[in-house]
Design a protein around this ligand. Structure first.
Ligand code: ADP
Length: 166
């Protein structure tokens, strides 16, 4: 069985992430979306919120039978090993992603030669899109409907209201 891991912060999940999830899942029997809980990388949304948003999106798009979401801490290769994964999935938006992603993939391969990283290039319409752009726009009450799945739009606004930034 071909198992892949798609790791990231997903703070929050965007349509760019969703596009990668759908395309990657077609190549694998099972895809695990790994929501990274990294104490040195502060996120706006809690681990639980980030996981629940993705679960809601998977359900909405009927993807929840072959794709699961799990939070993880620590080394990605350890998480991948625990899940019996053969692949790590990452997305590439621009040349600026490449340097970092190449280093990450090569380091992971060195630590765990059995696991390969597969890159998906972003679709043109999402090449500019990142979670940080979404956070920025939402924090000013701007329109995020074309950036994140419809079913999480209100929750994203609610969060910024709750933290007092809108
Ligand atoms: P990280 O903190 O690991 O960069 P992100 O949640 O920002 O986590 O991204 C997870 C992965 O998804 C990364 O490989 C990133 O390059 C990719 N990604 C993010 N946004 C897009 C997008 N708009 N199109 C394609 N890939 C994307």
């Amino acid at each position: 069985m071909k198992v892949g891991i798609y790791p990231g912060s997903f703070d929050p999940i965007t349509l760019g992430h969703l596009d990668i999830i759908i395309r990657a899942s077609k190549l694998m029997d099972h895809l695990v979306i790994g929501v990274l809980n990294n104490i040195s990388k502060k996120t706006i949304f809690t681990e639980d919120e980030r996981v629940r948003f993705i679960e809601r999106v998977l359900k909405e798009y009927n993807l929840d039978s072959r794709i699961k979401v799990e939070a993880f801490q620590g080394l990605l290769v350890d998480f991948a090993k625990a899940k019996n994964a053969s692949f790590i999935v990452r997305g590439l938006r621009a040349i600026t992603d490449f340097d970092y992603e190449l280093q990450l993939a090569q380091t992971n391969h060195k630590i765990m030669p059995d696991i390969d990283t597969i890159f998906f290039t972003t679709r043109l319409e999402y090449s500019y899109l990142s979670s940080s752009t979404v956070r920025e726009i939402a924090s000013f009450g701007g329109d995020i409907k074309q950036f994140v799945p419809e079913c999480i739009v209100q929750s994203v606004y609610d969060k910024f209201k709750a933290i007092g930034s809108v």
